[in-house]
Design a protein around this ligand. Structure first.
Ligand code: GDP
Ligand code: MG
Length: 162
């Protein structure tokens, strides 16, 4: 079975940028997956010798009430379908209440979740690493999806154990 990776996180953290980098496509494959909805985008990726499916999600809007509302239904679906979840946060924004709500949910799921800090280009790790550690999801993986920094290392880290 080809592993399935879900990209979740609030809007604007860089999920689609990472999706496009992994699938190397602007309009990646959007068909032939059961349960497909317009809200989730499925792409076939071949990256660094690894083959996998990646799911992009629209994320949460941030102004709903309650954890269920904050986790948009499609993000929950993507998490359900995935073997591994990448939880993206934004190094420049720091931890937001939306991040905290999502982390609360992700700490309870039974599959591997990786905390991925994006947009680390031009920023000193000391300025955000401790902040994200407070999400209690372990160490964070630092990337810059727009430039590719850290992406192959991340892919290796998440897919090697599978
Ligand atoms: P999404 O809403 O989570 O899918 O986020 P997008 O992928 O649409 O990205 C939101 C914004 O962040 C866009 O303007 C991207 O160009 C920008 N962005 C994404 N990745 C990076 C990065 O690694 N560094 C910087 N500086 N900006 C980024
Ligand atoms: Mg997006």
């Amino acid at each position: 079975m080809v592993p399935v990776i879900a990209l979740v996180g609030r809007p604007n953290v860089g999920k689609s940028t990472l999706f496009n980098r992994l699938t190397r496509s602007r309009d990646a494959l959007v068909a032939n997956f059961p349960g497909l909805t317009r809200d989730r985008k499925y792409g076939q990726a071949e990256y660094n010798g690894y083959n996998f499916i990646v799911i992009d999600t629209g994320g949460i809007t941030g102004d709903e009430q309650g954890i269920d509302a904050k986790m948009a239904q499609q993000s929950l679906q993507a998490i359900e379908e995935a073997d591994v979840v990448l939880f993206l946060v934004d190094a420049r924004a720091g931890v937001t209440t939306g991040d905290e709500a999502m982390a609360h949910h992700l700490r309870k799921i039974e599959k591997p979740v990786y905390l991925v800090v994006n947009k680390t280009d031009g920023i000193d790790a000391d300025s955000y690493a401790a902040d994200f550690y407070s999400l209690s999801l372990g160490d964070c993986y630092q990337i810059a999806a727009a430039h590719g920094r850290g992406v192959s290392g991340l892919v290796e880290t998440i897919l090697d154990p599978l």
